[in-house]
Ligand binder design. Structure first.
Ligand code: CA
Length: 658
């Protein structure tokens, strides 16, 4: 006999498009539960995330009734998490408790008193034990990989264990990785064979499957396979009619058996996450290492000792994500005693926009926008005015300017540029623009073919899809040397062109873009300046001074630029805006007023100048992988205002929200 627990986790990111919700609902969430209702002896543990539940509640209330019926019939065990699907380890403990409480309340409405936690992205951190216990949680589900990282062997992982922290214990169920690769991608009998092979005389032995519900219909090819070819019905039928398999739910298991013993788990997530969370260079080495072990036939034997990075280091890998995360933490503290504002903080904690693996994540502008929208809405409850502090914990102070309409965060140590320009009226951060960067999977090794069961019958899982960058993308692909902000100060040779500039094949003469500026706050704004240089045959001293003042509808920047001796160059002020309306090709033109009309993004804004200048305008497009292949996504649009300089220059830029 072997006990078997079958669980799924259904989630759509906050900010995802309505049609994505609808499509996933029709391809997976709805048919899955409808078929479950046909098999009264089938039981499933299920987690629904808050953003998805709120959408369902609004668009398909009949589905909530279906869930209620299934709970009543004992076919569903509801497993919770933080309501808006945060990575629990990445949010303050006060917020963890409140978020879990919110989802427990929802489960109660479905008729279920939830005691278990689906650990979002399975990001484990030992100190979670205490918060989970405080939230009335008795068990948590993680990967067998976590246990193997702790030194346990695979044979020991067909039981839950206790883990302890600060004198509190909690039961932990290991998810069987083998089942994650079999279900639903391989024929049903493969799973049955595997489960049967585990059966022995120990009545407490249990195999756990718990994975994304989207694998049942949303992932490429799976709708056809799972529903049209009848995989799910066949599976439910086979599981419920097999005498060697005893289907169970988590709570049922824990009412019959106690966990096998005590283990301590390291900070970990699933195996693939340990690859993704590494900085790109190291991730490439990691993949090489794994490939080497596989070629030598040694991977299975030594894999428990193979570990990459940890989830939280996405904040190291993507500074834009870190900045967003630390802004969220700042607001979380700021509004902790304002329940109305806290709801927005919880939404801003939704994990998807903060990282990147096989889904777009941080690369998806609409997901980041949803996070920023909620950070801004939450902060709008409290007015703090101008201040100087280290927002993103990098050891260097930022300047946060605030008036009735805007919050602007300036990094004096990084070009004195604006890294956040948040409009309270529109709840949008105009500078939510991701830089173009190299990812380790941009170089695909020749022999990147599906391994192990790749040639068997079934449907390819995401990890097996072959990839090669199309030529038309390669031509336009460029990697930035700088983060993208507003008011980045360039010195450019007069011979450079829009193409060399946007494809990062130009020569930057100055040392201003990512270098420190000194600053001084005054009543209505901040003065920033840098004594730097332009580097030609010899260094020509150069000074850039800018005064930035927030206005009711944007900001005003007053520039003074001077060279120590005459030199002919272009002084370029770059303004990166989170414009999403697709820009087909780069543009060069002259103007004294640039009108931006971005219907689905930042809306209407205007950049006004006190003279006519040449403008280089181009879309910033990043290359990332997704479940369907390559995404070449417009993160925003760069506008560079070009001022000829020989010795001295003074001008003004006015940014206006319309
Ligand atoms: Ca800082």
């Amino acid at each position: 006999m072997i006990n078997f627990i079958f669980g799924i986790h259904n989630h759509q990111p906050l900010g995802n498009f309505g049609w994505v919700f609808e499509d996933a609902y029709n391809r997976s969430y709805r048919p899955f539960m409808e078929i479950l209702e046909e098999f009264p002896s089938m039981k499933v543990a299920v987690h629904f995330s808050g953003p998805l539940l709120e959408w369902i509640n609004e668009n398909h209330p009949e589905y909530i009734e279906l869930l209620r019926r299934l709970v009543k019939r004992g076919q569903l065990e509801i497993v919770v998490a933080g309501f808006y699907e945060p990575v629990l380890a990445a949010i303050p403990k006060e917020d963890r408790i409140e978020q879990i409480k919110l989802l427990k309340e929802f489960a109660k409405k479905l008729g279920y008193d939830a005691k278990g936690v689906w650990l979002t992205e399975r990001v484990w951190q030992p100190e979670l034990v205490k918060t989970l216990r405080e939230s009335g949680i008795e068990y948590v589900i993680v990967d067998d990989y976590h246990f193997m990282s702790a030194g346990l062997s695979k044979e020991e992982l067909y039981w839950p264990y206790y883990t302890e922290d600060s004198g509190e214990v909690i039961a932990v169920f290991p998810i069987d990785e083998k089942l994650r690769y079999l279900i639903p991608f391989r024929p049903v009998e493969k799973t049955i064979e595997y489960l049967e092979s585990l059966a022995d005389n120990d009545p407490s032995k249990v195999a756990v499957f718990h994975d994304d519900g989207e694998k049942f219909g949303v992932w490429p090819g799976t709708y056809e396979w799972v529903y049209k070819k009848g995989w799910l019905r066949e599976f439910f039928d086979a599981i419920t009619s097999n005498e060697k398999i005893n289907l169970m739910l988590y709570s049922e298991y824990l009412s019959k058996f106690t966990p096998k013993g005590l283990v301590y788990l390291p900070i970990a997530s699933y195996f693939e996450m340990s690859e993704w969370s590494l900085p790109a260079k190291q991730a490439k080495l990691f993949v090489e290492f794994v490939e080497k072990l596989k070629k030598r036939g040694e991977f299975e034997r030594y894999r428990v000792f193979v570990r990459g990075g940890i989830w939280k280091n996405f904040f190291y890998k993507y500074p834009e994500s870190n900045f967003m995360h630390k802004r969220m933490l700042y607001v979380s503290k700021l509004v902790r005693n304002i329940p109305k504002a806290r709801k927005y903080v919880f939404k801003a904690q939704c994990n998807d926009a903060y990282w990147h693996g096989v889904f777009g994540g941080v690369y998806l502008p609409h997901l980041r926008r949803a996070v920023w929208e909620n950070i801004i809405r939450a902060q709008s409850f409290v007015f703090t005015g101008n201040k100087v502090f280290d927002v993103d914990f990098d050891g260097k102070n930022e300047i946060m300017l605030e008036n009735e309409s805007f919050i602007a965060t300036i990094k004096p140590h990084y070009g004195g540029s604006i890294f956040e320009l948040s409009s309270k009226r529109k709840a949008v951060n105009y500078n939510d623009v991701l830089a173009r960067r190299w990812e380790h999977y941009h170089e695909v090794p020749e022999a990147a073919t599906p391994e192990e069961e790749g040639n068997e019958e079934g449907v390819a899982s995401i990890h097996e899809l072959g990839k090669k960058i199309p030529e038309e993308i390669k031509r336009e692909l460029a990697y930035d040397w700088q983060l993208r902000a507003i008011l980045q100060d360039h010195f450019i040779p007069t011979t450079e062109t829009l193409d060399t500039y946007r494809l990062v094949k130009y020569h930057e003469l100055g040392d201003f873009v990512n270098q420190p500026y000194e600053f001084e706050l005054y009543d209505s704004g901040v003065k920033l300046w840098r004594n730097g240089g332009i580097y030609v045959e010899k260094k020509v001293p150069a000074k850039v001074e800018k005064r930035i003042e927030l206005t009711n509808d944007g900001f005003l920047a007053k520039y003074k630029v001077s060279l120590g001796e005459p030199y002919k160059a272009l002084f370029g002020v770059e303004v990166n805006l989170a414009v999403h309306s697709v820009m087909e090709s780069p543009e060069e033109f002259e103007a004294d007023r640039i009108l931006v009309n971005d219907t689905y993004g930042i809306g209407k804004v205007e950049i006004g100048l006190d003279r006519r200048v040449r403008v280089w305008k181009f879309p910033i497009k990043t290359l990332s992988q997704s479940e369907s292949g390559w995404d070449f996504i417009q993160q925003g649009v760069s506008y560079t205002l070009l001022f000829p300089i020989e010795k001295e220059l003074e001008f003004e830029i006015k940014f206006k929200e319309l």
